[in-house]
Design a protein around this ligand. Structure first.
Ligand code: GLC
Length: 573
């Protein structure tokens, strides 16, 4: 086990600072709140925290538009509050990684303000400027990718919204400034970074236009209305074609190498995790990123045993093929950009069972698991009902675009917006059955509405009291994982690979072999492993089950319950 790095065996937990815990009663989460909840996180059993951006920001994109890389947003606290939080997290043996947004800054960043002020200021070339829009590129958030600035009588490029101008990474001064910012936090002792949207850092140098016969708003609307397989295929093609010239440039590899070299100067195995699923960003396994997310796992309407097996086969083969060091996987089923696990993988009939099954999947597959705050208590997507509540700018932009440009009825537009906006999965954490779900004091107005289902027991305090709750299930499972060298580090060996209704696999380390069975069906199933060479007639010692099952030893064949999560140690004679 000693050969494994902390970030390989750790379970990460993503904190969305604005929505986690409001310590000063202004309706916005903050460091005081997060620090007060560290004991909760420690008792949950997670090992590392990823904070979504906590930097000063005008919040057009909820912090992903940074106006100062070396400071803390005033509403989240002070540098002192940050340092105190970091110290307290480390004291509890929890690592902390930050979110580093490299592609763009806020348009209120001093760099951009200077850059846009004239043609010949020292930062004139820090962003991507053009005299006229050189092509029809779209911003993936709000329409045209080129925005006019009267001071320069020029246009700047932005892959995301217009308040997020792209930096010109061809300029060495930009690199230097950003690497300085990274060092600033590394010097304070943070354990690494999640790197935002790295694929978008460079664009096609030929500026080739896209050939999709519509703009972004039209494409979104087209996608919503696409129903037949043909239409669905076409909309996928259009999405790919619209943006393919704006990301995925090979030059990113050299940048990642530079950043990796900086991290390697520091002690403590600092880590870089790319918000990208492209394994090539791990370089030769030792010279670029340590991890990239396995997003293809979560990008399916429904996870089936077949989908998971195929995904694992492909990903693990690619990771194993890295030239210098074997790569390590990184699995997640939810974050601040995606529908919540409980809602997305539920089927309205067996949502609780399915939430448990999917949590177990992420926590038992080979690789580093990432959980998203609130999934451990079964928080669900919350549909906003009025456009005035929408804080996610891409949501309000879309609403206005389809109402004014396409004549969509405001009621329908609001339903669509509630579905597409990321606000639905960013509502405040539900801590108790007190007003505001215990996120803020009763008289405060939280920045986004709290999902009223906190009153129906979906909150930390109520769930803690119930031994069979989802929260206690997560705690138990995290504990089982932490105590099992095979679940943390073992190889993944799929068993019975044609089974449609269940996923069975072994995690095998030198010291321990563990059998995992996840029953994705609503039927009890008979399991027979007498022909699997890893199990055969060996006794199994139960480590964990989501069904009512007595502990102790059992041998194949045996039955598993509907949706059961079954984890057992294989006893070697
Ligand atoms: C990433 C973030 C997302 C943000 C975007 C632009 O995809 O996860 O929340 O809006 O980058 O920074």
């Amino acid at each position: 086990m000693s050969n494994f790095k902390w970030w390989q065996t750790a379970v990460f937990y993503q904190i969305y600072p604005r929505s986690f815990a409001d310590g000063n009663g202004d309706g916005i989460g903050d460091f005081k709140g997060i620090t007060e909840k560290l004991d909760y996180l420690s008792s949950l059993g997670v090992d590392a925290l990823w904070l979504s951006p906590h930097f000063p920001s005008p919040n057009w994109d909820c912090g992903y538009d940074i106006s100062d890389y070396c400071n803390v947003a005033a509403e989240y606290g002070t540098m002192q509050d940050f340092n105190h939080f970091l110290f307290e997290a480390h004291k509890r043996n929890m690592r902390v990684i930050l979110d580093l947004v490299l592609n763009h800054t806020s348009d209120e960043h001093a760099w951009f303000k200077e850059s846009k002020s004239s043609h010949d200021n020292p930062k004139a070339d820090w962003y991507v400027w053009a005299d006229t829009p050189p092509n029809n590129w779209q911003s993936c958030f709000d329409g045209d990718a080129w925005t006019y600035v009267p001071e320069r009588n020029q246009y700047y490029y932005h892959y995301f919204m217009k308040q997020q101008p792209d930096l010109n990474w061809h300029n060495p001064e930009v690199k230097q400034a950003m690497w300085d910012a990274a060092r600033f936090w590394l010097d304070l002792g943070v354990d690494g970074f999640r790197l935002d949207a790295i694929g978008t850092i460079y664009e096609d140098p030929k500026l080739t236009p896209h050939n999709v016969p519509m703009n972004l708003a039209e494409l979104r609307r087209f996608s919503e209305l696409a129903k037949t397989p043909k239409e669905i295929k076409l909309k996928d093609k259009y999405w790919y074609d619209m943006f393919k010239n704006q990301w995925g440039q090979p030059a990113v590899h050299d940048l990642m190498k530079e950043l990796r070299a900086i991290l390697d100067e520091y002690d403590g195995d600092r880590v870089l995790i790319g918000e990208d699923d492209n394994i090539s960003f791990m370089g030769n396994g030792a010279d670029e990123l340590h991890l990239v997310f396995n997003f293809p796992l979560m990008r399916a309407d429904r996870l089936t045993p077949d989908h998971v097996r195929k995904n694992q086969k492909e990903r693990l083969a690619q990771l194993d093929a890295l030239k210098k060091e074997r790569g390590w996987g990184c699995n997640t089923l939810g974050n601040h950009d995606s529908s919540r696990l409980y809602t997305r993988y539920g089927n309205k009939l067996h949502d609780t069972e399915l939430a448990r099954l999917h949590a177990a999947l992420v926590l038992t597959l080979k690789g580093t698991p990432f959980l998203y705050n609130g999934e451990e208590i079964g928080m669900t997507d919350y549909m906003l009902t009025d456009i005035s509540q929408v804080k996610d700018t891409m949501g309000s932009w879309y609403y206005h675009a389809i109402v004014t440009e396409m004549g969509v009825h405001p009621e329908e537009a609001m339903l669509r917006t509630a579905e597409m906006t990321r606000d639905k999965n960013r509502t405040p954490m539900q801590w108790s059955n007190n007003p505001n779900g215990g996120f803020s004091p009763p008289l405060a107005t939280p920045w986004l509405p709290v999902n009223p289902n906190y009153k129906n027991g979906i909150n930390v305090l109520d769930l803690e009291k119930n031994p069979s709750s989802l929260l206690n299930y997560y705690k138990h499972l995290l504990h089982v994982r932490r105590s099992s060298v095979a679940l943390q580090t073992g190889e993944y060996i799929p068993l019975q690979t044609t089974a449609k209704e269940y996923l069975a696999f072994v995690r095998q380390a030198a010291e321990q072999t563990v059998l995992v069975i996840l029953n994705f069906s609503e039927h009890p199933l008979e399991m027979d492993f007498t022909r699997s060479k890893e199990i055969k007639k060996r006794n199994l010692h139960l480590l964990f089950s989501s069904a009512e099952r007595r502990g102790g030893e059992l041998t194949s064949p045996f039955k598993i319950a509907p949706y059961e999560v079954f984890i057992a140690k294989v006893i070697h004679e």
